[in-house]
Design a protein around this ligand. Structure first.
Ligand code: ATP
Ligand code: MG
Length: 426
């Protein structure tokens, strides 16, 4: 859809070492090299082996398509089959036979999404290869399935499973009769699915940092299961005794963690910050950055943070279209979780595993409540029962007494680095 393009900040992602020089493993006479994704690692202390383009393509278990296959599958990239546009290029809908993976007539076989790189140059190629490197090896219910790729002359394409409900971004922010506002329970389901995808990436066996978590990269299947797409900026996490990966700053403005923007030090907690931004977008129905909002409200995180802990003021942040669908208690818990993810001190942010557990517990308690409400004859008010308020206070006391995962800067103003200070904006 391209609506993020003006916000998108994709600079050259040449990796830098801690001393700022280009890592030798990134340059080879054979062309592109990427570090292998960690499913190939046998020990965390062994540095990942760089892999050449040929090795990545060969070992990916993906189908290699010809350009003419994909031309036929998309009816010659017909403009009316465009599903969306992003920084990489346009995404087209196509049809393919499920077994032979050859182009089929529209309406027969399976639907696919074909992403076509429309920019020349190194960066586009590198992102195309990174996508194949990661999605060619990683499989998880909350990651989109990459079926294959095409590399022919100047053509670079990627072929994915088709995600019938498109991106979370469209559902949250697009107006129009097709996009009805998402209900509270669907928003929570999507948040949990996306959290599981990130938790899988961060897990000890995988150890990947996603680096581009945002609503346009959360795709939805027919029953709103969330799947992460776009691994063009993903990086292997730190190995050995390193606590971060040193990189050129890349990502999307509004989602990137402040310490990453100012230092280029990338950790799994950078993804957690981005998850907090998305959680806030889910709660508020507002975009992370929107210059059309009144002065002082352009940056969602800066504007919303002070309201998140106050049960009277939190309604200023919550999407008015959700009214009557959630309990105050649950909304405050989600707001509190977002706040923890957005903590300025990265170490105080929860892990994705903890976030998954919290979101699962909230969904369970929601189910229990619905069940109890039904057996009570549904008399309990959804929004302001005294019981829920008590539960909420107990929850907050527990949080503050335990000392665990507390974000000491909760009420501090955000020192968001000025965009111009970061190389990414140069
Ligand atoms: N597998 C898919 N199935 C259905 N629609 C898709 C699929 N992949 C992408 N899309 C649609 O195409 C749009 C563009 O995707 P793309 O990833 O190229 O750009 P983006 O995520 O909007 O921006 P960015 O370049 O910053 O990632 C998505 O927002 C989505 O609506
Ligand atoms: Mg995308």
């Amino acid at each position: 859809m391209g609506i993020c393009l003006s916000n998108q900040i994709k600079a050259d992602s040449t990796f830098h070492t801690d001393t700022g020089t280009i890592s030798s493993k990134m340059v080879s006479s054979g062309g592109t090299e990427l570090s292998s994704s960690s499913s190939k690692r046998s020990s965390a202390s062994v540095p990942p082996t760089p892999r050449s383009e040929g090795e990545i393509l060969e070992s990916s278990n993906l189908k290699s398509f010809t350009f003419s296959d994909l031309k036929s599958a998309t009816r010659n990239f017909r403009p009316d089959s465009v599903l969306g546009e992003g920084g990489f290029g346009s995404v087209f809908k196509g049809w393919m036979d499920e077994h032979s993976l050859t182009a089929s007539k529209a309406g027969s076989g399976i639907m696919i999404a074909v992403k076509r790189l429309n920019q020349d140059g190194w960066q586009g190629h590198k992102e195309w290869l990174a996508e194949i490197n990661y999605l060619g090896q990683l499989r998880h219910p909350n990651l989109v399935k990459l079926i294959g790729y095409c590399l022919e002359d100047d053509h670079r394409l990627l072929v994915y499973e088709f995600m019938p409900k498109g991106s979370m971004e469209n559902h949250l922010f697009r107006k129009g009769s097709y996009f009805q506002p998402l209900s509270w329970s669907l928003r929570m389901k999507i948040a949990l699915g996306a959290a599981k995808g990130l938790a899988f990436l961060h897990s000890a066996e995988t150890k990947v940092i996603y680096r581009d978590f945002k609503t346009s990269n959360i795709l939805l299947d027919s029953t709103y299961n969330a799947k992460l797409s776009d691994f063009g900026l993903a990086r292997d996490g730190p190995t050995g005794d390193k606590s971060y990966v040193s990189t050129r700053v890349m990502g999307t403005y509004g989602y990137a963690a402040p310490e990453y923007l100012s230092t280029g030090h990338l950790t799994a907690k950078s993804d957690v910050y981005s998850f907090g931004v998305v959680l806030l977008e889910i709660l508020s129905g507002k975009k992370a950055i929107d210059k059309n909002r009144p002065t002082g409200e352009h940056n969602l995180v800066e504007w919303a943070k002070p309201y998140l802990t106050n049960k009277r003021r939190v309604f200023r942040v919550l999407d008015a279209r959700l009214e009557g669908q959630y309990s105050l208690d649950r909304a405050l818990k989600i707001a509190d979780l977002a706040l923890q993810c957005l903590c300025m001190d990265a170490r105080s942010r929860p892990s994705m595993d903890e976030i998954v557990r919290d979101l699962e517990q909230l969904q369970e308690s929601n189910k229990d409540n619905r069940h109890n409400n039904q057996s009570d004859g549904g008399t309990k008010s959804c929004r302001s029962s005294a019981e829920e308020k008590r539960a909420h206070i107990a929850y907050r006391n527990k949080q503050s007494n335990s000392g665990a995962r507390s974000c000491s800067e909760k009420h501090a103003p955000i020192a968001y680095p000025r965009p111009s200070l970061s190389p990414v904006y140069a």
